[in-house]
Design a protein around this ligand. Structure first.
Ligand SMILES: *Cc1c(COP(=O)(O)O)cnc(C)c1O
Length: 473
């Protein structure tokens, strides 16, 4: 057999080095230009979707097209076809403008494309991820010996928590599933929880009815006395409580459930305690703010999303476990074909995923270059921005309805204004800023979160002025 018998590589997929460099250089500049244009334009998409669908439909993938005009087309469509998380007046749903180091990390991960399933294939990436996880865990106050891993999302991390809790609650769960339990396994979070918990209960096989939504105390925090009563009720009725998951930084109002009390109730009954700090976890970086999360150190496990307040590119969740040996009990398998089978470190033996991307590099590079102090500056700045917005709007007669010390503000307009939903509809139509409608303690509110790391006083004024001018009845 000679080399001539092998067809040449497909150049459109694997172009020569000179072409790659030229396109890379073009992309670098084109993306910087797009970022600048986005900041100067509307936050909302302004694309004609009917025309876009027509253009998209024209791709029948029969005739190959040159890459550079395609890239140009995609960037243009992205500029006009998404709500812009990278716009400093996106006061939105925890979705950040990404840190620059995390964008660099994505480029490196894309280039090497390491397979993070096994430490045999990727000894360095696996060690980097494990180091970052341990560092974050120690920052949360967990003892030596903690472990965990990066996940695609906070939802995956929360799902992992439930599977770990079930696995530890009954040694026969692994083989028999929920049939192993003497009664229905149940879990607890508050009614202000992130709604993915409903499908997590479904996916894990305990069923949506097994998700107990504990009442809040009127301020958006879980009522610990009600949690305790609910657990006792369930025990009396033959159910099996397996997991209590307080939220540290609720999606609606940025509130922190009583972490100490939840951990104590969990400990009394031998229930797994998982803190969902998907967004709020970044406050651990700040000496000034970390006290808000006091009690997180008692958790059996924690979710923190790097792609929320740590502002890495998406999706970059973290699951942290006090005793990581549970992960191998839950996710271990035999696989002779894999390059290594180190059950304590190989991600494919300890996580939901098998093939995996080098996600942790995003947080490693961001944290290494900014340090804890840099991240403290980032989260404290967000809190300061929200404080400024609050002061300005209270002066104009608006009311704040959440008492969060984190960077979420829930607002009601002065009496006689248009309904909250109408004000937000008008705000978005104006394209001047983005804010959400949320429901807190049963009441619709305007929700503002400082997610962009470069919000200026001018952006604050624009938001305040845009909101206030849209409140006419
Ligand atoms: C965002 C969020 C989640 C879900 O995380 P994803 O990364 O979006 O899957 C869960 N809980 C809380 C508190 C969140 O803020």
């Amino acid at each position: 057999m000679t080399n001539e018998a092998i067809p040449p590589p497909v150049p459109a997929l694997f172009p020569p080095r000179e072409q790659r460099e030229r396109v890379d250089d073009y992309l670098t500049r084109a993306l910087a230009d797009a970022t600048a244009r986005i900041k100067a334009g509307p936050v909302m998409p302004d694309i004609d979707m009917a025309r876009f669908r027509e253009a998209l439909g024209a791709f029948d993938f029969r005739d190959p097209k040159p890459l550079e005009p395609l890239l140009e087309w995609v960037i243009d469509c992205m500029q006009h076809g998404t709500v812009h998380m990278t716009h400093p007046r996106y006061f939105g749903l925890f979705n950040p403008a990404p840190t620059f180091p995390s964008e660099c990390a994505d480029r490196i991960a894309g280039c090497f494309n390491p397979q993070l399933a096994s430490s045999g294939s990727s000894p360095v990436p696996v060690a980097i991820e494990a180091h970052v996880i341990r560092s974050i865990a120690r920052r949360a106050g967990l003892p030596e010996g903690v472990g965990g891993h990066f996940t695609t999302s906070g939802s995956e991390a929360n799902y992992t928590a439930l599977v770990c809790a079930l696995t530890r609650a009954n040694p026969r769960f692994a083989a028999e599933g929920v049939r192993a339990f003497s009664g229905p396994p149940v879990m607890y979070t508050s009614k202000e929880c992130q709604p993915a918990w409903h499908k997590i209960a479904h996916q894990a096989g305990i069923g949506r009815q097994s998700l107990r939504l504990v009442d809040t105390d009127g301020t958006g925090r879980m009522d610990a006395a009600k949690l305790s009563a609910m657990v006792q009720d369930d025990l009396r009725n033959g159910a099996v409580p397996v997991l209590i998951s307080p939220t540290a930084g609720t999606t609606g109002a940025g509130m922190v459930d009583p972490l100490e009390a939840c951990a104590q109730i969990a400990q009394e009954h031998g229930i797994w305690c998982h803190v969902d700090a998907a967004w709020g976890g970044a406050a651990l970086c700040s000496e000034r703010l970390r006290g808000e999360l006091a009690g997180i150190e008692h958790a059996d496990s924690i979710t923190i999303d790097a792609h929320k307040w740590f502002a890495t590119t998406m999706g970059c969740g973290m699951f942290i476990a006090r005793d990581p040996s549970v992960l191998n009990e839950a996710f271990g398998v035999g696989a002779d074909f894999m390059p290594s089978t180190a059950s304590s470190i190989d991600p494919y033996l300890n996580t939901v995923q098998w093939s995996r991307r080098f996600m942790g590099l995003r947080l490693f590079l961001s944290l290494a270059t900014a340090g804890w102090a840099g991240y403290a500056g980032h989260v404290e700045r967000a809190v300061e921005v929200v404080a400024r917005i609050k002061i300005r709007l209270l002066t104009l007669g608006w009311a704040s309805v959440n008492d969060s010390n984190l960077a979420v503000l829930c607002l009601l307009p002065p009496a006689g204004s248009a309904p909250v939903r109408e004000i937000v509809r008008r705000l978005l139509a104006s394209g001047r800023a983005w804010a959400a409608v949320a429901t807190v303690e049963g009441q619709p509110v305007i929700r503002i979160c400082a997610t962009h790391g470069e919000i200026s006083l001018h952006d604050v004024e624009e938001l305040v002025e845009a909101l206030n001018s849209q409140r006419r009845p």
